[in-house]
Design a protein around this ligand. Structure first.
Ligand SMILES: C[S@@+](CC[C@H](N)C(=O)[O-])C[C@H]1O[C@@H](n2cnc3c(N)ncnc32)[C@H](O)[C@@H]1O
Length: 204
């Protein structure tokens, strides 16, 4: 997707996002937040969206969130204010392809349901690796394309509607596993029904 298509798409999604995607993403989101909390330290959530994950972070972490969509970020800011979410230190509008943070700023860099949405996902992963400290973790949660079966055909058929849907339905996992600074240490299917994958990297 191009960035202006992302902006248009998520301007439309913002008012209905929590209602439409909240339930299906709840279980993988909780599991991911629990992992991030257990690690503690400085956290960057890339493509934080409406901030559905923000209430799940504990006082063990200090969270910065970025997103390109002003409308999605506005919802995240509302949550932080209304719920008084103290672990959330900063929310900024930013393109994930050019993260405005120095090298090795964060202990954990997490992106949920983002990599099949962004233009140039390889560049986003490279930026995530850059701002993660050596020995830290990059965590990506996403749906990745199936190799075979009837659902693989559906994913391929839907791919041409990516600008309307707001994501790329047949996104190959290899697009985010090639950065030489990141070693895959875990790749686990997540509920519901293995639809999403928990992909954990250690920063070399
Ligand atoms: C499917 S939503 C996921 C939101 C959130 N991570 C969640 O768990 O619900 C994808 C998000 O990625 C954001 N996004 C897409 N391209 C981006 C970019 N280049 N830089 C920053 N955010 C981007 C969109 O604005 C949208 O909020």
């Amino acid at each position: 997707m191009e960035l202006d298509a992302v902006s248009r798409s998520y301007k439309r999604w913002a008012p209905i996002y929590d209602f439409s995607f909240g339930k299906v993403s709840e279980s993988p989101r909780r599991r991911t937040a629990a992992h991030v909390n257990a690690r503690g330290g400085r956290v960057l959530e890339v493509g934080v969206g409406t901030g559905l994950s923000l209430p799940l972070y504990s006082h063990r972490v200090a969270v910065t969130g970025i997103d390109f969509s002003h409308e999605m970020l506005a919802r995240a800011r509302e949550k932080v204010e209304e719920m008084g979410l103290e672990p959330v230190k900063e929310l900024r509008q930013m393109d994930a392809r050019e993260l405005d943070f120095p090298d090795e700023t964060f202990d954990t860099v997490v992106a949920m349901f983002l990599v099949s949405v962004v233009p140039e996902p390889e560049r986003v992963v490279s930026e995530m690796a850059r701002v993660c400290r050596k020995g830290g973790e990059v965590v990506i949660v996403n749906h990745f394309a199936r190799d075979k079966g009837p659902l693989a055909a559906v994913e391929k058929a839907l791919a041409r509607f990516e600008n309307t849907l707001g994501w790329h339905s047949d996104f190959a996992i290899e697009r985010v596993t090639a950065d030489p600074r990141l070693e895959v240490v875990e790749q686990t299917p997540m509920s519901p029904g293995g639809l999403f994958t928990f992909l954990r990297f250690q920063r070399r």
